[in-house]
Write a protein that binds this ligand. Structure first.
Ligand code: CAA
Length: 256
């Protein structure tokens, strides 16, 4: 049983809630390890088709746990077990939706940016305040933030440490929707459930293709897309999807 997470099944969607209320969900090695393990369990379980990740109303997560960080010197950082946990979280293959209320700062903002879709409460604050501590983002903050919001705003946030509110995050493309805070998780679950009803292999390959667009040149991305599209032609779910359309009934996808 994880100590730092609350895990609930909502049909085919797993809701994972970060739960360290005493420290605004600051990310300890234990929390990151438990989260990586839980995501691995969701990846391995065919019944789970999407995951929603959330925190509390006050904080999605206020960054790396600074008390724990204070105990690590340079040698400790070189051999940091959290790196392996972050890498495992990065590799999660199913749709991951972050429902963000309150503070998403430092590693908390970086964790939210690991999600494929971000839905934020209108009181959410996104920031990379590491510069105030004499350090810089270290869990993807410079790379993912720049890709999400563009150079100028990313530079401003990372170099000045200034956070942005939910409305600005929406305008900049960091989040896809904002909601009243009391509805953020409900809305994220609704979107996740909608995705969970689609053909799992198509969802998985579409996610992979979309992520490729950030990493590779257009020709390589298009090659990957064509290859994935062709692969799906051999699936039972593709036949079911087209047959269901012709029969005017909802499709029942089995992930084959
Ligand atoms: N680590 C450890 N504890 C934290 C924490 C953190 N990142 N953030 C908050 N807490 C703790 C506080 O110490 C406090 O504990 P006590 O009640 O025992 O004193 C409790 O959570 C509540 O916090 P505050 O009293 O500070 O709450 P507030 O509403 O006044 O302020 C805040 C909220 C603006 C988020 C403020 O807590 C804050 O600035 N936190 C630090 C944010 C930060 O710098 N994050 C980046 C960390 S570095 C990083 O993330 C790098 C990386 O991953 C690679």
């Amino acid at each position: 049983m994880p100590h730092t997470l609350v895990v609930q099944a909502h049909q085919a969607v797993c809701l994972i809630t970060l739960h360290r209320p005493q420290a605004l969900n600051a990310l300890t090695t234990e929390l990151l390890g438990e989260l990586a393990a839980e995501l691995q369990r969701c990846a391995d379980d065919p019944q789970v088709r999407a995951v929603v990740l959330t925190g509390s109303r006050k904080a999605f997560a206020a960054g790396a746990d600074l008390n724990e960080m204070a105990e690590r010197d340079l040698v400790g950082m070189l051999d940091d077990p959290r790196q392996a946990h972050w890498q495992q979280i990065t590799r999660f293959p199913k749709p991951l939706i972050a429902a963000v209320n309150g503070y998403a700062l430092g590693g908390g903002c970086e964790l939210a940016m690991h999600a494929d879709i971000l839905i934020a409460g209108d009181d959410a604050q996104f920031g990379q305040p590491e510069i105030n501590l004499g350090i810089m983002p270290g869990a993807g903050g410079t790379q993912r933030l720049l890709r999400a919001v563009g150079k100028s705003l990313a530079m401003q946030m990372v170099l000045s440490g200034e956070a942005i509110g939910a409305r600005r995050a929406l305008d900049a493309g960091l989040v896809s929707e904002i909601t009243p805070p009391e509805l953020t998780v409900e809305r994220a679950l609704q979107v996740a459930q909608r995705i969970a009803a689609k053909a799992p292999l198509a969802v998985r390959l579409a996610k992979e293709a979309l992520l490729k667009a950030q990493d590779v040149d257009l020709a390589s991305g298009l090659r990957f897309e064509r290859h994935a599209f062709t692969l799906l032609a051999g699936t039972a779910d593709r036949n079911e999807g087209i047959r269901a359309f012709q029969d005017k009934r909802p499709a029942e996808f089995l992930g084959r």
